[in-house]
Ligand binder design. Structure first.
Ligand code: ZN
Length: 64
């Protein structure tokens, strides 16, 4: 078996992200399948890419 051809299985985690606009914090899923907006100001915090979500906010911590 050619190990180099294996695609690493992405580990899904929860991220604590701070909104760049209003600085409120929110827990989001690292592999979100839909766009996540800030609860406070509706700024887009994450958008799905098919794999790991594109995070637009500031990642403060990676949880579990
Ligand atoms: Zn916000």
């Amino acid at each position: 078996m050619a190990w180099e051809t294996l695609i690493p299985r992405p580990s899904s985690r929860f991220l604590r992200v701070r909104c760049r606009t209003c600085e409120s914090e929110q827990i989001i899923f690292s592999h979100a399948t839909h766009t996540i907006n800030c609860r406070t100001c509706s700024e887009k915090l994450a958008e799905p890419t098919g794999g790991k979500a594109k995070i637009n906010g500031v990642i403060l911590a990676i949880l579990g």
